[in-house]
Ligand binder design. Structure first.
Ligand code: ADP
Length: 501
């Protein structure tokens, strides 16, 4: 595999000056109360991009106060859904107008491929806003058929002030996956981007203001999880927390909610998703899918197909083709359009992935390809495929969150189902077969929130997405996500003037 020269990005794009580095509270960019800042690092080089305001508990308190006032007294929850939707549409248009700059920010902050950012991530973020803008004036309760002389109906009301805690792997998509349905519902919010990737979230705060989102509706607190994140999940004045991140931190968020005000929580957590490839599959296509499933976004995606099960009839052919194709996968400068894999997000993630690779070797798995860092600077890792992997090895059980595949052979459908389900996670699964009976049987038998048949990463904003088992609960995307930010009020009145009522 080729490693492109690092630091040559300026030949592809001009990297702009970083405009927004402060917290965004009540419609203003402000310093943190402590005056502290933290470095955000460019994973292409390991160098500092900018210093960003470091929000702490006191800053979260101010942001929650602004969001609370905006919810309890401000216009946003009181506007018609149609009016909210129009402002959200304007917000989406502003994203489209700034797509190049936003894609650059996510590339320098997270190491994401610039072309994907420009053509997929940022346009999809705007598309998600528009999807929920269209839903904002279609939020209805029900008329109820009561068993007595009563009439009743339900109102769907916004849940209140929401805390969104966001991970670093899809800074723009995750921001809008969470913010858009909450805006449509009429909620106000405090958003905490991951400390690795604060840049685009602050830019979105600026665009929200330009679009006419009232002050206090969206507040952005940049800072660390143990401080700003923990202050959100334990806050007494936040009504709901929507979290995406690791299973360990998800547990902390739930504990904090339980021991504070019992706020509602939704968690989208880790995964160890299986891709099951049957004997009748087209081997070339299956190899492409398997590589994409683990190498897209350099494996930093919770639905990555990190366990690939291949049926014995095509296993040897599959292994040979996979080894050949993996070697042609270009790793390097994420601004270079010929590159397919940029750097891991930071040094911590880079070290963690490499230590899992060492662990896999020690456990007795065989490296088919990759296994080493690459490039002279930055956090680049070769596409790595292990064979001779046993189900009980750590590399087959833990979420590595990097470009590391465990490739395994199976004989029967039942064996594939049992081994695919042999994980504490249940986020996604892929099935490759042309046999409808096999596809139907396996898709109904896998305990996971999303099943992709003859495709992978087939996300769509209309398709609910979330986990079974320890991959969490609650759904992002689709109208399910809108309902996370609504609560039901029942209104009851007698039909006749009954003496007993
Ligand atoms: P990862 O392991 O993928 O880095 P994390 O779960 O650590 O993911 O981080 C996801 C998000 O959760 C980030 O915004 C991070 O700052 C935040 N976070 C980390 N620790 C906590 C915590 N104790 N409470 C609340 N949020 C946290």
């Amino acid at each position: 595999m080729a490693v492109q020269s690092n630091g040559s990005s300026e030949s592809f794009v001009k990297i702009p000056e970083i405009k927004f580095k402060k917290l965004f509270i009540n419609g203003e960019f402000v310093d943190s109360i402590s005056g502290k800042t933290f470095e955000t690092i460019d994973p292409r080089t390991g160098e500092v991009i900018a210093r960003i305001a470091e929000g702490d508990k006191e800053d979260v308190d101010l942001a929650v106060k602004a969001a609370r006032d905006a919810f309890d007294h401000g216009p946003w929850p009181r506007l018609s859904g149609y009016a909210r939707g129009r402002i959200m549409m304007k917000f989406a248009d502003l994203i489209d107008e700034n797509v190049q700059e936003l894609a650059i920010l996510d590339t320098i902050d997270a190491g994401k491929l610039f072309d994907s950012g420009k053509t997929v991530d940022i346009p999809s973020a705007a598309g998600t806003l528009r999807y929920y803008a269209g839903a904002a004036d279609k939020i209805h309760g029900e008329t109820l058929k009561m068993s007595r002389e009563l009439q009743a109906y339900t109102l769907l009301e916004p849940i209140g002030v929401v805390g969104h805690i966001i991970p670093w792997n899809f800074p723009s998509l995750m921001f809008f996956m969470k913010v858009s349905p909450a805006l449509a519902a009429g909620c106000t919010m405090v958003v905490k981007p991951a400390e690795q990737t604060p840049l685009s979230a602050l830019y979105y705060a600026h665009l929200a203001k330009l679009a006419g989102i009232p002050d206090g509706v969206i507040n952005v607190i940049t800072g660390f999880g143990h401080a700003a994140g923990a202050a959100i999940s334990s806050h007494m004045d936040i009504d709901k927390v929507s979290f995406t991140g690791s299973t360990e931190v998800g547990r902390l968020v739930m504990q904090a909610a339980a021991t504070s005000n019992l706020k509602s929580v939704s968690l989208e957590l880790g995964g160890k998703s299986p891709l099951i490839i049957f004997n009748d599959a087209d081997v070339d296509k299956a190899v492409d899918l398997a590589l994409l499933g683990i190498l897209y976004n350099k494996g930093e995606i919770c639905v990555a197909s990190s366990r690939v099960f291949v049926q014995e009839g095509i296993y040897d052919k599959f292994v040979n083709k996979l080894a050949d194709k993996a070697k042609t996968w270009v790793v390097g400068d994420p601004f270079d359009p010929s590159v397919r894999q940029g750097p891991q997000v930071d040094k911590k993630q880079f070290d963690k992935i490499l230590s899992y690779i060492e662990h896999g070797k020690r456990e007795g798995a065989t490296l088919l390809t990759g296994g080493k860092p690459c490039g002279e600077k930055g956090y680049f890792i070769e596409p790595t495929v292990f064979v001779d992997v046993m189900d009980n090895m750590v590399i087959a059980k833990d979420e590595i969150f990097g470009p590391v595949m465990s490739l395994m052979k199976f004989k029967t459908i039942n064996e594939a189902i049992e081994r695919a389900n042999g994980t504490r996670y249940g986020l996604a699964a892929g099935i490759v077969t042309n046999d409808l009976n096999v596809a139907n049987t396996v898709s109904r038998s896998i305990r996971a929130g999303v099943i992709w048949i003859n495709c992978y990463f087939a996300f769509d904003r209309d398709c609910p997405y979330g986990g079974y088992k320890m991959s969490g609960f609650g759904r992002d995307f689709g109208l399910d996500a809108l309902h996370k930010y609504l609560q039901t009020k029942s209104v009851v009145t007698p039909i006749y003037n009954s003496p007993w009522l």
